[in-house]
Design a protein around this ligand. Structure first.
Ligand SMILES: [Zn+2]
Length: 502
């Protein structure tokens, strides 16, 4: 179909390369399942050769997630391609994505290969991948800085060797929209074989142009965009999926291109990715930022309702943004909670459910009305903990005041044993973190600390994001609770747990 643009999501591969993000298998599965609900055409699930954790995650996603193509990344090297295939062989629609640098600067300085060697490696890699998978994607890395004629030869060879998708990356985020559009147009003219494959683009946001460049490419004949939820990705990130999709949707009359995305799932997907990665969405971010539709909230008068269309180019409902509904309360039992979690898409075993139920009851004691957002936050917290927990959080007791030294006692569990430690600090959060440091024996430096509230009101749950430096490595942690000191302690412990499992 001429007017169709395929959406290739790389949140779990390029997005996961953002500093400080480290998702476990369970979290990646959770995101992949949601991406399938969102209706993406392809999920790049990871880079299997890089670590056993990545391999296991790609394999779990390939085995479980139905609908989209499941893509595994591989350099143009035999071992990478074999490993990628091993990870995705059980997928409903497996695809190997292999790449090699084609710019002189990358070939000379990084690969130390001649142009002829790169041509041979391209052919060998695509052919090897094609022996395994019906779908093979090929990317000439640093395409925007590559010699045009050489780039054409590489692409001809890749398609001739069996590639079904050709992806043109602006690896360093240097291109301008008209330049990038022209490159796509000229490649299509110079390499007729590109008309028989999916032509994809992958743009980085170093100059804030990832979305504009992707759009320019689409207007010039590309029919797949690689993007990430919330624009995550290396350095300044990738093109934001929600922006690409909503531009094509909102401006359909001008652009004439459609995607298969169920836009009502955008808001939920954005929130899930933000909660699990610990990367908060900036308030004024297009489409999914907290203020993106702010002018429409809390205004009820007749006159303004008329005005709404004048200012609002997208109906918030279209991206699934609805008022957070009160769903459960103190008297809600196991059955109601379980049913509701299932409706939200969470499937838990008995042990996991019991943990969530305990958290739910604790919250219901402190907060009269529990909403979808509250449950989502608890779930994200528990999903984070389920597979990556070396130390479990048991309880926290803090004393502080204007005329006494803050003092905290924390109880953690490790392999069933309880560890109890007490420490002092400059403030209650500092004391709690010091106690956790003592209990785990891990010393860390706090780099970043942020609290935000999940829903409005004084009884809202606090959502704490923390970045620690542990032995020279940056680790993000996140925790939620109606008590911000407890949320801080959970976030601190979450980061320590992550550093111990990586
Ligand atoms: Zn990238």
């Amino acid at each position: 179909m001429m007017d169709r643009v395929y959406i290739f999501d790389t949140t779990l591969r390029d997005g996961e390369q953002s500093p400080g993000i480290s998702l476990n298998v369970r979290q990646k599965l959770e995101i992949a399942e949601q991406l399938a609900k969102l209706g993406v055409d392809a999920i790049e699930a990871g880079f299997p050769i890089t670590s056993s954790g990545d391999f296991e995650a790609v394999k779990a996603i390939a085995n479980r997630v139905k609908g989209p193509r499941i893509v595994a990344l591989a350099r143009a090297i035999e071992a990478d391609i074999d490993k990628a295939w091993e990870a995705i062989r059980n997928a409903e629609k497996p695809c190997i994505h292999t790449f090699i640098a084609t710019s002189d600067i990358h070939m000379e300085r990084k690969l130390r290969k001649t142009r002829d060697e790169v041509l041979k490696m391209t052919e060998a890699a695509v052919k090897r991948a094609k022996k395994y998978a019906p779908d093979v994607e090929f990317s000439p890395e640093d395409a925007t800085r590559s010699d045009f004629d050489f780039l054409c030869r590489v692409l001809e060879i890749a398609v001739g060797s069996g590639a079904t998708v050709i992806n043109i990356p602006d690896t360093v985020g240097y291109a301008l929209p008209d330049e990038f559009g022209k490159l796509i147009r000229e490649l299509k003219a110079a390499v007729p074989a590109l008309n028989n494959v999916i032509l994809s683009v992958h743009c980085h946001n170093d100059l804030g142009l990832a979305v504009a460049n992707s759009l320019a490419a689409v207007e010039n004949g590309a029919n797949q965009v690689e993007c990430t939820i919330n624009g995550l990705g290396e350095r300044a990130g990738n093109a934001a999926l929600e922006e690409i999709v909503m531009i094509l949707d909102t401006r359909y009359r001008s652009l004439g291109k459609k995607t298969n995305i169920k836009t009502e799932q955008i808001s939920r997907t954005s929130r899930l990715v933000s909660t699990l990665t610990g990367y908060q969405v900036q308030f004024n971010k297009a489409i999914v930022g907290a203020n993106a539709f702010a002018h429409s909230s809390g205004i009820h008068t007749d006159g303004v309702l008329k005005e709404r269309i004048t200012y609002e180019i997208i109906d918030p409902k279209k991206i699934g943004l609805t008022e957070s509904k009160i769903i459960l309360g103190k008297t809600s039992g196991r059955h109601a909670l379980k049913q509701h979690l299932e409706d939200m898409g969470y499937v838990l075993d008995d042990e996991e459910f019991e943990k969530v139920f305990v958290r739910f009851k604790e919250l219901a004691d402190k907060k009269a009305e529990i909403t979808d957002d509250d449950l989502g936050a608890i779930m994200a917290d528990e999903v984070r903990a389920i597979t990556s927990e070396v130390y479990g959080f048991e309880s926290l007791r803090v004393t502080s005041g204007t005329d006494e030294v803050p003092n905290a006692t924390v109880k953690l569990t490790k392999n069933g044993a309880v560890i109890k430690k007490t420490a002092e600090g400059d403030g209650p959060v500092d004391a709690a973190c010091n106690a956790i440091g003592k209990a785990t024996g891990v010393s860390a430096k706090l780099l970043f600390y942020n609290v935000s509230s999940i829903t409005g009101g004084l009884d809202a749950q606090g959502d704490v994001t923390i970045q620690l430096d542990i032995g020279g490595k940056k680790v993000l942690g996140r925790g939620v609770s109606t008590d911000i000191i407890e949320a801080s302690a959970r976030a601190y412990l979450n980061a320590i747990n992550k550093s111990l499992t990586k």
